[in-house]
Design a binder for this molecule. Structure first.
Ligand code: ATP
Ligand code: MG
Ligand code: FE
Length: 344
């Protein structure tokens, strides 16, 4: 099966083989990131994103087919991201996927983008077993879920304002780093002192697996202004200290709340997914905290933490294997820019 991802600023296509009850096998994948194109604007420009998906999607599809040595008529099912995401961007992937499916007379299967992230660790050599707690930390979402099986998702808690990735990106922007700032801030933080600034950890002691990150960016802004870091002064060490302190605040909250969700559910397995799951400090601290409690932690491969086509094809494959795939053959489709995973 062929999978298409186009919910935001990455065009991803992947080819997965499913044979009976065997674990689905990734045959090929290709990705084009629009980051460089959006960087000049400091964030994703939706209309530019849509147009670039149009340019990239078919060449990427040809590329994965040729990598796998297959032809279009070898494809038995086409999956695509239905939402959530940017409406125009989603329409490109969905339109192409559904049209191809109609032309090939195969079913088209809509996939929830966050289900793709959530199931991306199934693309790793050591996939998790159900049930588990999932910490979904991406650019637009921060959620803790109880996952009993593919399609059985119970929301335990989520952010009431900004997502963790958004907190990284907005703080990074205040520090003068390019978009998306998360990985840049993480790199800068390596040379900083995480205890240099006492930044807020909102809701840390709420007793619930919920999050709030909006106050953090305000606190970073206050420091940036107070220290004159926006004035182009040579203050690399101070910036690194602030970056490290910001990262420490985000990571501490994510670790504490994950432990709370594990305790509440009594589960001994944690799956971390989404772009922020690539953060080395988060991995280091989660690994240490979970090792102490006999909890196994699973991550997607580093390159599959952020958006990609492989996770969409994998989510589709796992649903097909379980007979819970809601595929269509009539050429009709809709996209869902806002879509709650527990309702998927
Ligand atoms: P969503 O999946 O919620 O729709 P998205 O697709 O934009 O949002 P992802 O692609 O999963 O999000 O992740 C992108 C986010 O991950 C960005 O906010 C980016 O800064 C962040 N990110 C990526 N790598 C790192 C890192 N090493 N440290 C911190 N943040 C990171
Ligand atoms: Mg992206
Ligand atoms: Fe994503």
């Amino acid at each position: 099966m062929l999978g298409f991802e186009s919910s935001c600023d990455e065009t991803g296509v992947a080819l997965i083989e499913v044979e009976g009850g065997q674990p689905p096998r990734l045959l090929a994948q290709a990705l084009h990131s629009q980051i460089a194109m959006h960087q000049a604007y400091g964030g994703v420009v939706p209309e530019l994103a849509s147009r670039d998906h149009v340019r990239r999607v078919l060449p990427l599809a040809r590329e994965v087919l040729s990598q796998a040595g297959l032809a279009l008529h070898d494809v038995d099912l086409i999956a695509y991201t239905q939402g959530p995401g940017l409406a125009g961007a989603l329409l490109v992937g969905a339109g192409v996927a559904v049209s191809l499916a109609a032309a090939l007379d195969v079913p088209a299967l809509p996939v929830h983008h966050l289900e793709g992230h959530l199931l991306s660790p199934f693309l790793s050599a050591d996939p998790p077993e159900f049930p588990f707690v999932a910490l979904l930390v991406s650019g637009g979402h921060t959620q803790l879920m109880r996952v009993d099986d593919v399609g059985a998702y119970e929301m335990l808690g989520e952010t009431i304002d900004d997502a963790a990735g958004e907190a990284f990106d907005k703080s990074a922007k205040l520090l003068g780093l390019p978009y998306p700032g998360g990985p840049h801030l993480a790199r800068m933080a390596e040379f900083g002192n995480p205890e240099a600034f006492a930044l807020p950890r909102p809701l840390l002691h709420s007793g619930k697996p919920d999050f709030s990150f909006a106050g953090l960016k305000t606190a970073v802004l206050t420091q940036v202004k107070k220290l004159g870091l926006d004035g182009g002064q040579p203050c690399e060490q101070t910036k690194a200290d602030l970056a490290a302190s910001t990262q420490a605040a985000i990571v501490e909250v994510l670790v504490k709340k994950s432990l709370l969700a594990l305790k509440e559910t009594g589960l001994k397995r944690l799956v971390v997914a989404g772009g922020v799951g690539a953060n080395a400090k988060l991995r280091e601290q989660l690994n240490a905290a979970c090792a102490k409690r006999g909890v196994r932690v699973h991550y997607p491969e580093l390159a599959l933490c952020t958006d990609n086509g492989a996770m969409i094809a994998m989510a589709a494959a796992l649903r097909v294997q379980r007979g819970t795939a809601d595929a269509r053959r009539d050429g009709g489709f809709e996209v869902r820019p806002r879509w709650d995973l527990s309702a998927a």
